[in-house]
Structures are given as C-alpha cells and as structure tokens.
Design a protein around this ligand. Structure first.
Ligand SMILES: Cc1cc2nc3c(=O)[nH]c(=O)nc-3n(C[C@H](O)[C@H](O)[C@H](O)COP(=O)(O)O)c2cc1C
Length: 365
C-alpha cells in the first residue's frame, strides 16, 4: 500500500512496539453482536474485519473472558477452544487481506449483563443495579441487582482475563486490550458511584484502582507487557457511571501502570482541550491511542479527520475511530483521497444479525 503522506499526518506510518503500522488510524473496538449465541466468532465477522484491513491497527470488539462476563446477546467470547478457532479465522482473514496487527479487547460486563442472556446472575463490586434497561434475547428488560464479588470472584476473574489473553495469542492476535472503560466491570471498580466496597478494593482512589491494576498485571504475566493495552474513558458517563473524582483517579491509575512497558494506553472520548488529557499524556510514557469525541448523532463529513488531527497535535500517537470505520470499510482510502464518507445507518444494526448494516456498507468506488 502506498499513501500520499502529504495528505494527513494520520496516514503516516507509525510504530507500536515491534509493529510497523501502515498509518496512525486504529479501528476502535465495536461490539456488533454477530457472534454465535455461545460467543464463537462467525465467518461473517471475518468478512467485516477483512474489509477494514487497511487500518494501521484493528482492536477487535469486546470479548468476554468467562460466561458471567457476558453483556448482551451474541457478543463475542474467548474462553473455549471453539472460541479460539473462531477468532483464528478472523485474524487469518485480516492477514490475508494485507492487514496489520490486531489486538482483542477483553471485556467483563460486571453489572451490565442479564440472567436471561447468560443464565447467570451478574457480579459486580457492589450490589447496585444498572439504572437502565438492558438488551436480552427477548428484548429490553430491567437490569437485575448484581451479586457483590467476594475475594474468590476477584481472583477467578483476574485469572480468566489472563487465560483469555493467552488464548488471544493462540488465535493470532498481537495482544489484548484490557477494557477498563465505558461502565463495564473494571470501570465499576474505579468509579465511586458503583463501588461501595469497604475492603482493599473500595473507598480510596488507591483501593479503587487495585482491581484494574491486578488485571493488567495478570495479563502482563501471561503474555508480556508489550502485548498488553489498557482502555479508559475518564469522565465519560455511560452505563450509569459517574467518575466524580476523575482528576485524581486516572492520574493515580496511570502512575500505577506507567512503568510496566505496556503496548499502549487507549483513551476513549478524549477531549484535546481538557486539562485532564494533557495531564494523562504527561504521565503516560508510552504509546497513546486517543479516540476523539465526534457528534453523537452522526459522524462528520470529513470522517473525523479534523478531530483526529487535533489529538495528534496535542500528543496522541495513534487515533482510534469507531463509527467512521463501521460505516466505511475503505475509510483509510477515503481519508487519503478526501472522498465523502458514508453516514452511519440507524442504530448500528446491533441486534439484527446478518450482513445488513454490517458488511454491506459500500466502498467509494
Ligand atoms: C456499535 C458500537 C459498538 C461499540 N462497542 C464497543 C466495545 O465493544 N468496546 C469499547 O470499548 N467501546 C465500544 N464502543 C465505543 C467505540 O469504541 C468508540 O469509543 C465510540 O464509538 C466513539 O468513537 P466514534 O465517535 O469514532 O464512533 C462502541 C461504539 C459503537 C458505535
């Protein structure tokens, strides 16, 4: 692939650890609910990712490390041999399409889960229900109160993240991204409104960052720091999370993890003008992937290019885009040529299954 590198700094090659990336564009992790009901990745998913192989780096969608971590119907999983085989088909397809490295995001839903979906009562740092309805196989249902995790649950969950990380390498991924963002389990430990624990995992900032840090350490032990990424979403209110002390919490979390030599830190919904972004960039010594804040209703006409370049200007190394990649399999080529981008079709076709709204977004030519 040759790019006109004068077009945009986004299209310049970059390094991520030992990886040479063709450009600075990262496909953000996006749950699309196209797996089998047991979480096995499907051939349709292989087609979807292969269509987007021109991204410098692909972070594949949130995948659960165990049954109780399942969030929604038909989300991906990685804890059985069948799951490993399913994901292997996808990394092979992306490689065959000339793609760069892929990381897999590992996500435990915590209280964002439902017995009608997983057959299990969700577990969380504290028995506080998600204050929203949640999608289940039978449609939206009221969330249930999760069971408070005990010491054994914490140990098991940490081990499951590490086991899934090992499987990710077997499945052909370059590494995994630990999902500590967007109101799922790890974020539920971080945020004071979802963590009311009185033990070593709750209360002070130092205690609330402990679980994420233990998961990171276990994954690093399993597969190496250079294969371990971490995603956070400071201050982003989603899934009933309020990070009221983000200005203290995230600097502390980063300081605790800065010296490990992780592959990258990934900040979702990064605001370049926010003082916290500058502070986190200052603390984090390694590669930083930033995901810009684009309008919630629709992607901008430039595919997010201007917002992305602003983040490069303030120190991001790589830029993750979600919906622009979702709607444009040839996003990299469109950004190179300035071709108009496809708009996202209604509701991301998340619970419809099949190719419509998934693999049928047209390329520009
Ligand atoms: C359909 C959809 C699914 C998503 N699934 C995930 C996910 O699995 N893990 C995650 O960390 N973020 C997820 N996100 C958030 C995206 O990674 C990204 O942060 C968000 O869409 C904002 O970026 P954008 O404006 O470029 O789309 C999802 C977003 C969308 C639209």
């Amino acid at each position: 692939m040759t790019y006109d590198t004068t077009t945009s700094p986004l299209l310049r090659p970059a390094r991520l650890g030992d990886h040479e990336l063709a450009n600075r564009l990262v496909m953000a992790p996006m749950t699309r609910n196209r797996a089998e009901s047991d979480g096995t990745a499907t051939p349709l998913m292989a087609e979807y990712y292969a269509q987007r192989a021109a991204a410098g780096l692909i972070i594949a969608e949130a995948s659960t490390p165990n049954p109780v971590g399942q969030t929604y119907p038909n989300i991906a999983a990685l804890y059985t041999d069948a799951h490993t085989t399913g994901w292997r088909r996808i990394t092979d397809a992306v490689r065959a399409a000339g793609g760069g490295p892929m990381f897999l995001q590992v996500q435990h839903g915590g209280r964002v889960g439902h017995p009608d979906t997983s057959g299990l009562t969700p577990i969380a740092p504290s028995p506080l229900a998600l204050p929203e309805t949640i999608h289940t196989p039978a449609g939206r249902r009221a969330a249930v109160t999760p069971r408070e995790m005990n010491a054994e649950d914490i140990r098991t969950t940490v081990r499951d993240f590490a086991a899934t990380a090992r499987r990710a390498l077997d499945a052909g991924f370059a590494g995994v991204e630990v999902h500590s963002a967007n109101g799922y389990l790890l974020h539920q430990f971080l945020a004071p409104n979802t963590n009311r624990r009185r033990d070593a995992y709750g209360g002070s900032v130092e205690n609330r960052i402990r679980f994420t840090t233990e998961v990171v350490d276990a994954v690093v032990d399993a597969i190496g720091a250079d294969r371990t990424g971490l995603r956070i979403s400071p201050g982003h209110t989603v899934n009933g999370i309020t990070d009221t002390d983000a200005g203290l919490l995230y600097p502390a979390l980063l300081e605790a993890n800065a010296d490990k030599g992780l592959a990258y830190l990934h900040i979702a919904f990064a605001a370049p003008a926010h003082p916290l972004f500058a502070r986190l960039r200052e603390i984090w010594p390694g590669s930083l992937i930033a995901n810009p804040v684009l309008p919630a209703d629709q992607i901008p006409a430039d595919g997010g290019r201007e917002a992305a370049e602003r983040l490069l200007d303030v120190g991001a190394d790589l830029i993750a885009l979600g919906r622009p990649f979702l709607a444009n399999p040839d996003l990299v080529e469109r950004l190179r040529t300035g071709a108009p981008v496809n708009a996202v079709r209604a509701r991301y076709a998340m619970y419809t299954g099949g190719p419509t709204g998934y693999t049928d977004y047209p390329t520009h030519n």
